[in-house]
Design a protein around this ligand. Structure first.
Ligand SMILES: [Ca+2]
Ligand SMILES: [Ca+2]
Length: 282
C-alpha cells in the first residue's frame, strides 16, 4: 500500500514539473501578461480605502457624495450634470418632470475605479404617472456603462427600464436575443429580458446602481427592505452572467458592455417625476 502511495505521489510530481516546463518553453503569447509584470515596479499612487468582500457591491454607509441634484433651486447644475433634450425637462417644487418625448440626465465625473474609488453608486428617486400598457421601452431607464450618447438607442450600456407595473426590463447590447423566427435581434428597444420587482413605480422608489468594475448591481428600496437586490451582473471577460437576489443564475450571454464607467437616466416617452439623483463613491 505504502509503495503504491509513494508511486502515485512520484507520478504527480513528474506531471506537475512536466506541465510547468511546457508553460516555460511554450507559446510566448500565453506568457505575455504585462499588467502583472509591471505592477510591482509601478510608482506608488493613490489607492482606494480598504473594502471587505462583504461590503463590495452594496451601498456603502460611508460612501462620499460626489454629485447631487435635488432640483430644489429650480435648475440642473450644468457643471455637474449633462442633459439631453432639456426642452422636455420641467422643474417644479423640487422635482424634475419629464412628461413628453424623452430626455436624459448624466452625471459628469472623471471616474477612477481602483485608484481613487472601489465602487461608484448612482441613484435616482422617482415615480411614474404614465399608467397604461404599451411597449416595454416606454419607461424610465437607469443605465450603467452607458455610451457617450447617453441613452438607450446606442449600444454598450446595461439598463433597467422601469414602468408603472412590477415588470422591469433588463436591456443589454450584444448578440444576446433572438426573435420568434430565430433571427438575431438588432433593434435596441427589443434587446431585453424581464424581471419582476417587488413593488411598482406608481409610488416613489430609489433605484441604486453600483459599478465595482467587474460587477454591476441594481437595488431598489421597498416597504420591507432599504436595498432590495434586483440583479447582480458579473462581467467575466467576454461572458456576462446575471444573478437574482437569491444568487440564482437568470441570464448568461455575451458581454458587450462598455469598459468605461458612465451612468444615465433616460426617461423615454413615459411620465416621470424625479425627486433627486445622486452620485456617490467609496
Ligand atoms: Ca439644482
Ligand atoms: Ca427634490
Amino acid at each position: 500500500m505504502r509503495k503504491r502511495k509513494f508511486l502515485l505521489v512520484l507520478i504527480a510530481i513528474i506531471l506537475i514539473s512536466v506541465s510547468s516546463c511546457k508553460k516555460e518553453n511554450g507559446n510566448p503569447a500565453s506568457t505575455a501578461t504585462p499588467e502583472t509584470v509591471t505592477t510591482p515596479t509601478k510608482e506608488p499612487g493613490p489607492t482606494p480605502k480598504p473594502i471587505t468582500e462583504d461590503e463590495k457591491g452594496k451601498p456603502h454607509p460611508q460612501a462620499e457624495v460626489l454629485l447631487k441634484e435635488d432640483f430644489e433651486d429650480g435648475e440642473i447644475n450644468p457643471d455637474e450634470f449633462m442633459t439631453l433634450y432639456d426642452e422636455y425637462i420641467k422643474i417644479s417644487d423640487g422635482y424634475m418632470n419629464i412628461t413628453e418625448v424623452w430626455s436624459a440626465v448624466l452625471p459628469q465625473y472623471a471616474y477612477s475605479l481602483a485608484t481613487l474609488h472601489n465602487q461608484y453608486e448612482f441613484s435616482a428617486t422617482f415615480s411614474i404617472s404614465h399608467l397604461q400598457p404599451d411597449a416595454p421601452h416606454i419607461a424610465y431607464w437607469v443605465g450603467a456603462r452607458v455610451p457617450q450618447e447617453g441613452y438607450g438607442a446606442y449600444p454598450g450600456g446595461i439598463w433597467l427600464a422601469f414602468n408603472y407595473t412590477n415588470q422591469v426590463r433588463v436591456y443589454l447590447s450584444g448578440d444576446n436575443f433572438i426573435d420568434d423566427k430565430n433571427e438575431l435581434i438588432k433593434e435596441w428597444d427589443k434587446m431585453f429580458f424581464t424581471i419582476t420587482a417587488p413593488e411598482s413605480f406608481k409610488e416613489e422608489h430609489t433605484v441604486t446602481v453600483i459599478d465595482t468594475g467587474d460587477e454591476i448591481l441594481y437595488y431598489m428600496n421597498t416597504k420591507d427592505e432599504e436595498n432590495y437586490l434586483l440583479i447582480r451582473a458579473v462581467l467575466d471577460g467576454s461572458d456576462l452572467i446575471i444573478y437574482d437576489k437569491n444568487g440564482k443564475n437568470i441570464f448568461n450571454g455575451e458581454n458587450a458592455i462598455n469598459d468605461l464607467v458612465n451612468f444615465s437616466i433616460f426617461s423615454h416617452r413615459t411620465k416621470s417625476h424625479t425627486d433627486e439623483i445622486v452620485l456617490k463613491a467609496y
